[in-house]
Design a protein around this ligand. Structure first.
Ligand code: NAD
Length: 359
């Protein structure tokens, strides 16, 4: 049966999406299309060689490489990258990598208004959002502004073939979490919800196949397509309790980003189950499961994904502090956050036991 259509607002985001194997060879053409000639090429240290490959498409001396991108966009790194952009007289940024490289590209664009061409290599989805999170003085600040939305996204599936299986799984579940929260968002709309359901289904199908055939272009293409859809969901509607918890745990306890999402999403879905029945039905349909929360937990077991906060290095004694921080300035969520219930849910997630739907 079709979902009921209520009144809605949909803010479509401008984006040029170029998808296909080998499309990284078109970076120079895309830079030229924007009227630019002097890119600053941004990567992490581990992915510096990808920056060198892309630089070969340009005349000698017209590119500058910056290979120090780091998780959570630390301000000191951004300052050095801004200096590099200025010294090089860069007229655009090309970022190759996951959310860390793309986060740095966004931080540069925010201060310089330079256009961005980004080539994602994980499933985190930052490339599709007008959101930037930056860490300064030990605190992560997040803002939403169209200034940081990349002008061009090149999805070259070949860049994802090297993503280690464990990181692919965690990153894929991170993407699924964006789509799930989009389905019950306060500003959910029919277009984003379509993308969400399709994104979850594409990742549900591809992630188990990646475990067995991580180098399969066909499988990786389906996963990347799903990740694009899920990232677009993150960019077009507001996220709820799950993202709030992940921000608190990532920022305060320094837990790894994608893995924290992977552990928590079945538990938060169980927490929200009774408050968002239509969204739950769509999530279950996309997962081909009886219930949204069991489908997610079973998928995590099937993929051998991280399932406990303890395994990510969190101490049980941190749960009370986490609840306190989550209760300050909560995000909109179908079920009102309740300190007692949140504490119980986090203890379940800490232990890694199956989630329980809560009244
Ligand atoms: P990441 O970019 O930090 O990458 C993790 C590690 O994997 C890095 O060492 C990287 O070099 C390596 N790597 C990435 N792709 C690879 C590949 N294909 N092959 C081999 N190695 C590869 O991880 P991430 O999860 O993509 O990004 C996390 C960051 O992105 C966090 O800071 C998070 O807050 C941010 N983020 C922001 C948004 C947003 O909308 N602003 C959305 C999602 C994530």
């Amino acid at each position: 049966m079709r979902a009921q259509i209520d009144a809605f607002t949909y803010d479509a985001l401008p984006a040029r999406i170029v998808m296909g194997a080998g499309k990284r060879e078109e970076v120079a053409a895309e830079v030229g299309r924007l009227g630019c000639t002097r890119p600053l090429i941004v990567t992490t240290r581990e992915q510096a060689a990808l920056g060198d490959d892309v630089a070969r498409q340009f005349d000698a001396g017209s590119t500058t490489r910056f290979a120090d991108a780091a998780m959570h966009t630390p301000w000191d790194v951004t300052q050095r990258a801004l200096d590099a952009a200025q010294t090089a007289r860069a007229d655009c940024v090309v970022a190759i990598g996951g959310g860390s490289s793309i986060g740095l590209s966004k931080a540069i664009a925010l201060r310089t208004k330079l256009p961005q061409i980004v080539l994602p290599t994980t499933y985190a989805g930052s490339e599709a959002t007008p959101i930037i999170g930056e860490t300064r003085d030990g605190q992560k600040h997040t803002q939403r502004t169209l200034q940081v939305l990349p002008e061009v996204v090149i999805y070259d599936v070949e860049l994802t073939l090297s993503l280690p299986v464990a990181l692919s799984i965690a990153s894929g579940l991170n993407a699924i979490a964006h789509a799930i929260e989009a389905l019950y968002a306060a500003d959910a709309n029919p277009v984003t919800s379509l993308m969400a359901e399709e994104g979850i289904a594409a990742l549900r199908e591809s992630l188990p196949r990646i475990v067995h055939s991580p180098k399969s272009v066909e499988t990786r293409r389906l996963a990347q397509y799903g990740a694009w859809l899920c990232g677009t969901c993150l960019g077009t509607v507001r996220m709820g309790l799950h993202h709030k918890i992940c921000h608190v745990l990532g920022g305060t306890f320094d837990l790894q980003h994608a893995q924290t999402h992977a552990v928590l999403i079945p538990h938060v879905v169980a927490y929200n189950a009774h408050a968002a029945p239509q969204a739950m039905a769509r999530i279950a349909r996309a997962l081909n499961a009886r219930h949204a929360w069991t489908g997610l937990y079973e998928l995590a077991v099937e993929l051998d994904a991280p399932r406990s906060l303890e395994a990510l290095g969190m101490l049980e004694s941190g749960i009370d502090r986490a609840v306190e921080l989550i209760m300050q300035n909560t995000y909109s969520n179908p079920r009102a956050p309740d300190a007692h219930a949140l504490g119980h849910m986090l203890r379940q997630a800490w232990k890694g036991v199956p989630p329980e739907p809560m009244e």
